[in-house]
Design a protein around this ligand. Structure first.
Ligand code: HEM
Length: 156
């Protein structure tokens, strides 16, 4: 298939329609954060198995790649397979490659990011207030015990 070419051989611009044609084990391309990778020679080395990569042949694998929580090392491993960018007219907004495996663009707001945020908020709340909660629990149980003892001591 013909791809729209611009710049050097390695910095081509590929239309999604052209990328889609490369979906066989011997000729496997995929899109991650609007960048196109020819991973044909990497497939058999993938620690996560070959099947997941075959499933992403010729399509945008950004979501699958991110959902696994690939390490910084995995992101670096992509580099040699880079063959160009998705043509500007086909690019997904807010899908530029993150600088590190952990950091995300704040505007992305995916379910995973929101979930993580809630978890962090709960953690931030419980952490400093744990001593206060324990103290309150101790005070209440002491009061209950005290009142209970008072009752048993009362003359009939
Ligand atoms: C072609 C680009 C990819 C590269 C270079 C890559 C690299 C890696 C590496 C190095 C690991 C080991 C764990 C780590 O260091 O993060 C891994 C694990 C894994 N990858 Fe990928 N991966 C790629 C694409 C994908 C895609 C597109 C998917 C799924 C849609 C995927 C699914 C997985 C799974 C399920 C594991 C196993 C995670 C585990 O055992 O906890 N990978 N990958």
């Amino acid at each position: 298939m013909m791809s729209v070419s611009s710049g050097s051989e390695r910095h081509r611009s590929h239309r999604l329609l052209d990328i889609r044609a490369h979906d066989t084990p011997d000729d496997l391309w995929m899109v991650i954060h609007n960048k196109v990778y020819n991973v044909s020679s990497f497939v058999s080395e993938h620690p996560g198995g070959v099947e997941v990569l075959f499933d992403c042949g010729g399509v945008d694998a950004t979501e699958g790649f991110d959902d696994v929580g690939h390490s910084e090392r995995a992101v670096m491993m992509l580099e040699p397979y880079y063959i160009g960018d998705v043509a500007p007219e086909d690019q997904k907004r807010g899908s530029s490659l993150r600088s590190s495996a952990q950091s995300r663009e704040p505007s992305e707001g995916t379910e995973k990011t929101v979930g993580k945020q809630i978890k962090e908020n709960v953690h931030n709340f419980v952490g400093p207030n744990l001593a206060l909660l324990l103290f309150a629990a101790l005070a209440i149980s002491s009061l209950v015990l005290y009142l209970g003892l008072q009752r048993t001591k009362l003359p009939r």
